[in-house]
Design a protein around this ligand. Structure first.
Ligand code: 5GP
Length: 117
């Protein structure tokens, strides 16, 4: 059992519903419930062991790479790749991470500002 079961644990196990746009053996991608851009998709590993990037070790290089590879694939699939998109991984409280389950934000469909807030 994870230390703290989050909504993403439930989505990964199929116990909670999500608007899934892509999935494979390793990751699930679904629309964010509170989108911050016209396209706002979250990608999570099926394996629920990582609460954040801070927990990642050498053995997680594969899934971390696959999350980014899948994000680029989804960006293509939903038609934001050509214009451009932003990938965000909020890590820890100061970065605004609110769900203790490693996830990648894929944002697009509008111009982004920099630096990020
Ligand atoms: P964080 O702030 O941890 O980086 O991102 C968590 C994200 O999860 C937020 O963008 C929030 O809108 C999204 N979120 C929280 N609960 C749910 C949910 O039940 N379903 C979906 N699809 N997204 C959620």
């Amino acid at each position: 059992m994870p230390e703290q079961e989050t909504i993403f644990h439930k989505i990964a196990s199929g116990d909670a519903q999500a608007d899934i746009v892509y999935q494979d053996d390793l990751v699930i991608a679904f629309n964010d419930a509170n989108p911050q851009a016209p396209t706002h998709i979250l990608l999570i590993p099926r394996n629920d062991e990582l609460e954040s990037l801070n927990d990642a070790s050498k053995s997680d290089e594969g899934i971390l790479g696959h999350l980014l590879f899948a994000a680029a694939k989804v960006a293509n699939q939903v038609g934001i790749a050509e214009d451009g998109y932003r990938i965000v991984i909020n890590t820890g409280a100061a970065a605004g991470q609110s769900v203790a389950y490693l996830h990648v934000h894929l944002l697009g469909g509008r111009d982004m500002t920099w630096p990020a807030g």
